[in-house]
Design a protein around this ligand. Structure first.
Ligand SMILES: NC(=O)C1=CN([C@@H]2O[C@H](COP(=O)(O)OP(=O)(O)OC[C@H]3O[C@@H](n4cnc5c(N)ncnc54)[C@H](O)[C@@H]3O)[C@@H](O)[C@H]2O)C=CC1
Length: 416
């Protein structure tokens, strides 16, 4: 792969790529990036067919790989391919791409992925692209894709090998308590079988015994605790296999599997900037973890939490948040129901937040509108944190989209 030259990141912000380019100065895309994007543009309208063909090639040529994927491929069959295409698209964004791929490589250990599997995937990828990018595919395009895939896979393989030295591929975690807060929201507390190192604001991937090889993302609802327990807030959504199992079926004693922690929505304790935290629905979970984290560090930074829900009844964790407010004089909690308007607008109506670090967590539409509203209100983009929500994220029935819920890919490109 040619040395990347573009410094524009996924959210349109310029960032230093560490290659001597000054942030803010637009530079030309590398030759490989141009060829790769040309292919991507051509296959975009037939993405579904490319996906089916990719997996058909992969499994026909390598039947032994089939058992690493879920039995029903309908919901996440395109997860792997989409992750690869996302990476290829951000080819010129070196630091962002590297962080994304390292995370992806570490995260793939729990699937049993081995370095020897990568060439098979690469061949299926090239085969599918060649079949559907008929206009733009030629020897030059193929060479660009081979270089790109080689770079992508090498970063993933190296990160997995490095991770193997210090962390298990997955953790087993026993359900120790299950608290049904509303008919469809449960707070699930887990005891991992060995220490699980993570930071407040991060999330994990989780597999239940009822849906093998189907993994879903959930944020931790508490900062790391001395007893090592982890807690998650889960909302059962229509057709969400994993979320329904966790809310309606899981009981103390059940054992789940967890992947490694991921996510960049963490607090920089070297700074003393105040925090503005916006949590919509179960998006309050990592916000609560961040508040606990600030408290544990003994910081006296002002923290404002806006907790949004459709109605009073949906503010299922408001008692906890108000208890925290009572304990910590630097914390202000503002519940916002839809009667009072939508969360992003309510936050901006309240005051100017340009001096704060902002954290957003919740449904896709809320996070998007929240970022826009805060930027419009003068909060510098580098102070806004959330887990990147990608258009390329696969449809995930446990986290429906269409503005109601967010779909995330593991530790996608952060907003700073
Ligand atoms: N780290 C993260 O970003 C986390 C994200 N989540 C996601 O949060 C979602 C929570 O879903 P629910 O509890 O059903 O929330 P919900 O749909 O009940 O909405 C919660 C709040 O967000 C606002 N909202 C929803 N859509 C909006 C839009 N398009 N524009 C502006 N405001 C909007 C609502 O007005 C309400 O105040 C899930 O999809 C879950 O995956 C959950 C935990 C962590």
């Amino acid at each position: 792969m040619d040395a990347p030259t573009t410094t524009r990141s996924a959210d349109g912000q310029d960032s230093s790529a560490g290659d001597g380019n000054e942030p803010g100065i637009p530079v030309e895309a590398s030759a490989d990036a141009v060829l790769v994007r040309r292919t991507l543009a051509e296959i975009a309208p037939v993405a579904d067919r490319v996906t089916s063909y990719f997996y058909a090639l992969l499994f026909i040529r390598n039947p032994e790989l089939r058992e690493m994927f879920p039995v029903a491929m309908d919901t996440q069959r395109d997860r792997l391919l989409k992750a690869l295409l996302t990476a290829a698209e951000h080819l010129d964004d070196t630091p962002v791409l590297t962080a994304y791929l390292e995370n992806l490589g570490r995260g793939h250990r729990k699937y049993g992925t081995h370095s020897t599997h990568y060439p098979a995937v690469g061949e299926a990828l090239i085969g599918a692209l060649a079949r559907y990018a008929t206009t733009s595919w030629d020897a030059e395009a193929e060479a660009a894709w081979v270089r790109t895939y080689t770079t992508i896979s090498q970063i993933m393989i190296d990160a997995a090998a490095e991770d193997e030295r210090s962390a298990p591929a997955w953790w087993q975690a026993e359900v120790v308590s299950h608290d049904l807060r509303t008919p469809d929201i449960a707070v699930v507390t887990l005891r991992p079988d060995q220490p699980y190192p993570f930071l407040a604001g991060q999330y994990t991937t989780l597999e239940t015994p009822w849906w093998p090889r189907i993994w879903r993302h959930y944020s931790f609802a508490s900062a790391p605790r001395p007893d090592g327990l982890l807690s998650l807030h889960v909302k059962a959504v229509p057709a969400g296999w994993v979320s329904n199992a966790l809310v309606h079926r899981a009981r103390p004693g059940d054992v789940l599997r967890l992947g490694p922690p991921a996510g960049s929505m963490t607090v920089d304790h070297a700074a003393d900037t105040g925090l503005l935290c916006v949590g919509g629905g179960t998006g309050i979970a990592p916000i609560k973890a961040l508040v606990e984290d600030v408290a544990e560090h003994g910081d006296r930074r002002p923290v404002d939490v806006f907790y949004g829900a459709r109605s009073d009844h949906d503010l299922y964790d408001i008692d906890t948040m108000l208890r925290l407010q009572k304990t910590f004089p630097w914390l202000s909690v503002h519940p916002v129901t839809e009667e009072q308007g939508r969360l992003p607008e309510a936050v901006c109506r309240y005051g100017s937040w340009s001096e704060r670090d902002a954290y957003l967590s919740g449904p896709l539409g809320m996070v998007r509108r929240g970022v826009d509203a805060l930027r419009g209100a003068g909060v510098p983009v580098e102070r806004i944190r959330h887990d990147f929500l990608t258009e390329l994220a696969p449809a995930d029935p446990d986290q429906p989209r269409s503005g109601a819920c967010m779909a995330r890919t593991p530790s996608m490109l952060p907003s700073r």
